[in-house]
Ligand binder design. Structure first.
Ligand code: F3S
Length: 428
């Protein structure tokens, strides 16, 4: 491992004990990866010091506060050290509850007190409270080629593929250490030679709306697992929300962290450029039969057509999606046997508030929530047995996590289900 003079000084403790612990953790991490050096990053997205009740109790004897959890858990230190202000530009990803609607989510006063404390600590330590899985929609849009250290699979795949910035899927420990040191191992997707395509995907069935992009993403992840796909063919209408749903699905059914779409994403002006020196290892075709198979896979956990709960906003909804949902529900009411929760970031909700979308949703009996989602917070309306979702990622996780049934469909089908209490989604 080659260290610069500045990195060596951090490791020797010149910038304090916490930075020394962070550098020590990163050197061990880099050694395990086989990285030979670090790269400087000034864009870190993680969940520093986050602690639910279990962690706070676990570290109670050592103080149980931010310093204790950050030192012992995030930095894998054997002693509690004082955590200074973060050195890198750092932002907080999604958290565990809505700052205002936490009671509706079933959270306790104690859990909420912990949430308030964590937020105060992170703000004092210079962590920007974006509180979203879509930092690229809420004030952290990396530049092409920028080296980042991000957690959250749906954000990582967007960062790498759509923006052309560079990050691996980091963990809580490496991002917290990177916040203090501005360093991350130079390895994997940071290196241009590991960003070339590996598998070819030919899209024969036309893919144009968000619902279709989500299903294609699920197919791609299933096909290439954690490889790098190069996608060509009948894909249209690329947009932030379509990439967001495609990448989240591909990162859920597989472990896709980077994809290339020829003529669409920045490192794929041509298939030859996307593959670079690689030859495709495998070829996959997405046609009408594969589309139907994916639809049936996503709906395999749906049986009962009485829908108790509709969740929208995985990944967190953009303002365009909130406006669309508000338009679909305006003048209607959520059915008495159902509930509709829509998730977004605080920044986007502020715009939705001013545009009247939040009120439109509230008037219909729905909630616009921020910071979290049902899968992350494991919060669903009491008594939920059947959920309807417009996200392939969420239908992949939520029914399994909460032991409920789930349906996958379009946003319009989900809103209809919320207003009628019945699932009527069908593949056209
Ligand atoms: Fe975001 Fe939750 Fe989906 S954190 S990507 S809305 S699982």
């Amino acid at each position: 491992m080659q260290l610069t003079a500045e990195e060596r000084a951090m490791l020797d403790g010149a910038e304090g004990a916490a930075t020394q612990k962070a550098m020590d953790l990163l050197v061990r991490y880099a050694d395990a990866l086989g990285a030979e050096r670090f790269v400087e990053t000034d864009n870190v997205a993680g969940v520093p010091g986050a602690a639910h009740g279990f962690l706070k109790d676990y570290y109670r004897d050592q103080g149980g506060d931010y310093n204790a959890i950050f030192s012992l858990f995030d930095l894998d230190s054997d002693e509690v050290v004082e955590v200074p202000r973060m050195k890198a530009f750092s932002c907080h990803l999604q958290g565990g509850m809505d700052p205002d609607l936490w009671r509706e989510q079933g959270m306790s006063e104690t859990a909420h007190d912990g949430f308030v404390y964590d937020e105060e600590q992170n703000a004092e330590h210079g962590v920007q409270l974006l509180k979203t899985c879509t930092p690229y929609v809420a004030g952290n849009v990396p530049a092409h080629g920028e080296h980042c250290a991000w957690m959250e699979s749906s954000a990582v795949v967007y960062c790498n593929s759509v923006v052309g910035a560079r990050t691996n899927t980091e963990g809580r420990e490496s991002t917290s250490a990177a916040m203090l040191t501005k360093r991350i191992p130079y390895w994997g997707y940071h290196c241009p030679e590991y960003r070339h395509g590996q598998h070819a995907i030919a899209v024969e069935f036309p893919v144009g709306d968000v619902f279709e992009w989500g299903m294609l993403g699920y197919f791609v992840g299933q096909s290439v697992e954690d490889g790098i796909p190069v996608i060509t063919g009948a894909i249209s209408n690329p947009s932030l929300i379509r990439h967001k749903h495609f990448g989240a699905a591909a990162a859920s059914s597989g472990g896709v962290e980077l994809y290339h779409m020829v003529g669409i994403t920045p490192e794929a002006p041509s298939a030859a450029a996307a593959f670079g020196p690689n030859l495709p290892e495998q070829h996959f075709v997405y046609d009408a039969a594969e589309r139907r198979r994916i639809y049936e896979t996503l709906n395999a956990v749906g049986e009962c057509e009485d829908v108790d709960y509709v969740m929208l906003g995985c990944p967190h909804y953009s303002i365009e999606q909130i406006a669309h949902a508000a338009q679909l529900i305006e003048g209607r009411k959520v059915h008495e046997n159902s509930a509709l929760w829509v998730f977004t970031s605080r920044a986007v909700k502020a715009v939705a508030d001013r545009n009247g979308h939040t009120k439109t949703l509230q008037d219909a009996g729905a909630y616009l929530m921020t910071d979290t989602c049902s899968a992350i917070s494991q919060a669903i309306p009491e008594g939920t047995r059947v959920a309807a979702l417009d996200s392939a990622k969420q239908v992949h996780y939520l029914p399994a996590m909460m032991d409920i049934e789930g349906w996958y469909g379009t946003t319009a089908e989900c809103i209809d289900a919320a207003c009628t209490g019945r699932w009527a989604g069908r593949l056209q």
